[in-house]
Ligand binder design. Structure first.
Ligand SMILES: NC(=O)C1=CN([C@@H]2O[C@H](COP(=O)(O)OP(=O)(O)OC[C@H]3O[C@@H](n4cnc5c(N)ncnc54)[C@H](OP(=O)(O)O)[C@@H]3O)[C@@H](O)[C@H]2O)C=CC1
Ligand SMILES: O=C(O)[C@@H]1CCC=N1
Length: 605
């Protein structure tokens, strides 16, 4: 396996083709300090992408031969249909005979056999690795699979080390390359489309656009990471988000009615079919001809409007979002209580303990159901049947019972208090229950209680949650600081007006369940095309996670990021077409609408 710590700063790396994929790999590695910009050489057919590389401090040239002469590892990073042209470019511009070099192809569908045969035109016995990376490498969360021919063990170790610095990297048999590529290579495009559609659904229900896109991306980050870190089945994780007769199951129903699983499987099959087509040499030749015909007419267009066509990926100039996810405003919190010790309470409790905000004995949990008590006892927290005990001992109390159990929880407090209490901060996680109702139920039992209403999601468990809070004027600045401190290790935290809370919860609270079934469906699609199940689930989750992180870290529109994945006439656009035909966007918007309607039903009960 790769030695990720291996020092690669003296390695000289070349890219023939400096577009989207080369930028994701090369700029990702340079920005992480893995490669020195001065050791990177990049060539293009035109100057379109070269300015980006010069600005980065790399050597940019129109001569492919210069790249081969000056580097040890050469990435072939042009479109598959431009391979012949690029190799001819090397032969034409080389000034001295290239010694043995390692070639790494990122070309979708082009087999090792074809690569080797073609490379033999310029070098004897070429060492070649066929790889399939993806663009979230730019933020260090890519996936690369590769296979090789004629290489040495050191070549594989080196390439694995390079790719491992910017994400997951695995060697697989060549027979699986197209199938995995349909999931991981094209997958970011599906994930961006899903992000955009979730954001549209939330906007439709009244959430402002920047908030909707940020929450949608964080839901993908959290869900993907939950699968990768817990190793649990996506279906199991989905079940934990779906309360009986709750909001999420309504959303899931809408997704299933929209045929979401079939549609995602279709997307993978369509992309893999296109890879298989690109692997077939006669079809490739025919495609090259069509491509050149199209290119000659688009070159005329380019002359007319070259300023607007000349945008390459310019990540360093991109409007990076300062997420301020981890709050620095530290406020001290005393003991923290939970009335109701179920899934979401455990997610919060685990997160609090993981971030070492308090020790386990400072957490009090009232939970009557014995099997639910066990995990809390195992954590070393104090567990009781008496709600009153929790309220007496804690200043901040999470109300985390089922929505239908609110009145019973308040009665439970009243009946088990040994002394009168007042002036506590309650944070309700009950979907749909408005502040007015919460106050009516809590204030008679705990006078002067300040109440915050929230929607949180399960990826809190691994520090990648998304939480939204609302409170009225009784909630103090100090309360807000305490909430932010509690949330500091749990993920993204936002205060919003109560009016927007139901709409946001249709995305934030329920969203992970939508993601889990989509990850499961993407994995099913890859399994259908021959990828082993464990790899398929891991790659599907990582693809979702990495793509969502791209949206959050680059601040670019998901549509723009999606375009960077979709090569003209390539595999990803085939997959997207399959998804659009089955109405995936409408299904996702319906899911949010249904969940919000259910929240409103609960609110108005
Ligand atoms: N985008 C993605 O998400 C992924 C892409 N890939 C693979 O990566 C490869 C590149 O895709 P992508 O980066 O998106 O495409 P881009 O169009 O963004 O980049 C292609 C680059 O190749 C250059 N090029 C074209 N012909 C030649 C030539 N004869 N000599 C030197 N350079 C040349 C282009 O220069 P110019 O602009 O001047 O024409 C451009 O810089 C494809 O093979 C694709 O299958 C694999 C996985 C994911
Ligand atoms: O769409 C394409 O063909 C390329 C390969 C995988 C991702 N983008």
């Amino acid at each position: 396996m790769a030695e990720v710590s291996q020092d690669l700063t003296s390695l000289r790396v070349g890219f023939i083709g400096g577009g989207n994929m080369a930028s994701a790999i090369g700029a990702g590695l340079i920005r992480r300090g893995v490669l020195k910009a001065d050791n990177v050489w990049v060539s293009g057919r035109t100057t379109r992408t070269l300015g980006f590389w010069s600005d980065l401090g790399a050597h940019a040239t129109l001569k492919n031969g210069e790249v081969v002469e000056n580097t040890d590892v050469i990435f072939l990073a042009m479109k598959p249909q431009m391979l012949d042209d690029a190799l001819a470019g090397i032969a034409k511009t080389i000034t001295k005979c290239p010694p043995s070099k390692l070639y790494v192809s990122v070309l979708v569908g082009v087999t090792l056999e074809v690569l080797q045969t073609k490379l033999e035109r310029i070098v004897q016995q070429p060492r070649v690795i066929r790889s399939m990376p993806n663009t979230p490498m730019m933020v260090g969360e890519g996936i690369t699979v590769y296979c090789s021919k004629g290489t040495t063990a050191n070549d594989e170790i080196l390439v694995n080390a390079l790719f491992s610095h910017v994400g997951i990297s695995e060697s697989i048999p060549e027979t699986l390359m197209n199938a995995v590529g349909g999931l991981s290579g094209s997958g970011p495009a599906y994930a961006y489309l899903i992000t955009e559609a979730l954001s549209d659904g939330a906007v439709r229900m009244g959430v402002p656009r920047p908030m909707a896109t940020k929450f949608a991306a964080q839901v993908l980050v959290g869900a993907g990471k939950m699968i990768l870190e817990t190793g649990r089945h996506p279906g199991q994780l989905k079940d934990e988000v779906c309360s009986p007769a709750g909001t999420t199951i309504r959303g899931i129903h809408a997704l299933e009615q929209g045929g979401i699983r079939g549609s995602l499987m279709n997307a993978i099959e369509a992309a893999v079919t296109r890879s298989d087509e690109l692997s077939s040499v006669p079809k490739l030749v025919e495609f090259v001809k069509r491509y050149f015909d199209m290119m000659s007419s688009s070159l005329i267009l380019r002359k007319v409007c070259c300023s607007c066509c000349s945008h390459a990926l310019r990540y360093e100039n991109a409007n990076f979002i300062n997420l301020s996810r981890k709050f620095s405003s530290k406020s001290t919190v005393g003991c923290i209580g939970f009335i109701g010790g179920g899934n979401i309470a455990r997610a919060i409790g685990n997160g609090i303990l993981k971030s070492k905000l308090v020790e386990p004995p400072s957490i009090y949990v009232a939970e009557p159901y014995e099997p639910m008590q066990k995990p809390w006892l195992d954590l070393g927290t104090k567990v009781t049947n008496e709600n009153g005990k929790v309220v007496e001992n804690c200043d901040i109390i999470f109300l985390s019972v089922k929505t239908t159990a609110l009145n019973a929880a308040a009665t439970g407090i009243k009946n088990t208090l040994s002394v009168p209490v007042r002036d506590k901060l309650f944070i309700s996680v009950l979907a749909g229950i408005p502040l007015s109702v919460l106050k009516k139920v809590i204030l008679p039992v705990v006078p002067e209680a300040r109440i915050i209403r929230s929607t949180l999601n399960m990826p809190l468990l691994i520090g990648e949650g998304c939480a939204v809070f609302s409170g009225d004027s009784s909630v103090t600045e100090e309360d807000i600081a305490s909430v932010k401190t509690i949330m500091s290790g749990l993920g993204m935290c936002n205060f919003i007006p109560e009016l927007q809370l139901n709409a946001a919860s249709g995305l934030v609270g329920c969203g992970p369940a939508y993601m889990y079934i989509m990850i499961e469906a993407l994995a099913d699609g890859a399994v259908k095309m021959g990828v082993p199940r464990d790899l398929a689930i891991k790659f599907a989750a990582q693809t979702m996670y990495g793509s969502a992180k791209m949206v959050l870290e680059t601040g670019k529109h998901p549509g723009e990021l999606k375009d960077q994945v979709c090569s003209p006439g390539g595999t990803s656009i085939r997959g997207l077409h399959a998804m659009e035909k089955s109405g995936v966007r409408a299904a996702l918007m319906d899911a949010i609408e249904e969940a919000v309607k259910r929240s409103e039903e609960i609110t108005n009960k």
